[in-house]
Design a protein around this ligand. Sequence first.
Ligand SMILES: NC(=O)c1ccc[n+]([C@@H]2O[C@H](COP(=O)([O-])OP(=O)(O)OC[C@H]3O[C@@H](n4cnc5c(N)ncnc54)[C@H](O)[C@@H]3O)[C@@H](O)[C@H]2O)c1
Length: 270
Amino acid sequence: MAHNLLKGKKGIIFGALDEKSMAWSTALRCVEEGAEIVLTNAPIALRMGEINKLAELCKAPVIPADVTNMDDLKNLFTKSMEHFGGKIDFVLHSVGMSINMRKGKPYTDLDYDFSHKTFDISAMSLHRVLQTAYQLDALNEWASVVALTYIAAQRVFPDYSEMADAKSMLESVARSFGYHYGFKKKVRVNTISQSPTKTTAGSGVKGFDGFMSYAEKMSPLGNASAQQCADYCVAMFSDLTKMVTMQNLFHDGGFSFTGVSAEVIEQMEK
Ligand SMILES: NC(=O)c1ccc[n+]([C@@H]2O[C@H](COP(=O)([O-])OP(=O)(O)OC[C@H]3O[C@@H](n4cnc5c(N)ncnc54)[C@H](O)[C@@H]3O)[C@@H](O)[C@H]2O)c1
């Protein structure tokens, strides 16, 4: 059900690859709530063509940008402001990729050239996005920036590998930039720490299905879906959460604060 929570707001959504993407659901929900959006993804991801379906549904332009390329990011923010005829109210950073995981390299045998790329795409990119917006003065006062993260930033999930380190950095960037942008322009920056969700990036983690059903059994409310993540993003982009900034917000059905559940104990006793 729509509540017009984002009526008149303008946003940029990074990372919609296909229907399973968290960014895909979020784009649709934002438009349903009255926002106008620009979609962006890496040029290579755009070649798959799926995003054009979403662009049609959202009546949104697609502006390519590799998050590791400053010229692309400047072009994205400049063109988006031209398109909107003004500044931007919200940004979703829904971008992540581990090159070592893709190449099957375990955490104890990382290729550091791959790691540089992983950290650049998955973590430093948030700094790049924020710095670009800051220097172009592209965000309105009280704008809201959200990046998606995972609890492996706080606790060890061995197969999450170098992405755990990337997510720690991502969450730190959100806090640090949130400070500067908050004082300068009242812009808020937060991370949402989402349950395991079946998407292209999610399924790239070894043993993902086991991982997901374990989290489901450990969460009093069960795992949060991509749709529910989209709802939470809308809430964070709306004026109802204006005083929330520099936070890592767990959106995981209670997983993060559950030590063990009765169902998991039962299984251990079998
Ligand atoms: N799926 C999960 O279980 C889960 C859980 C918690 C957090 N997250 C995070 O959610 C975010 C979105 O992932 P998703 O699960 O929707 O998967 P996804 O694969 O649909 O999205 C990842 C996106 O990153 C984009 N991307 C990769 N390299 C890029 C680059 N150089 N420039 C621009 N874009 C680039 C991809 O094209 C893709 O659209 C990621 O940060 C991911 O780590 C996912």
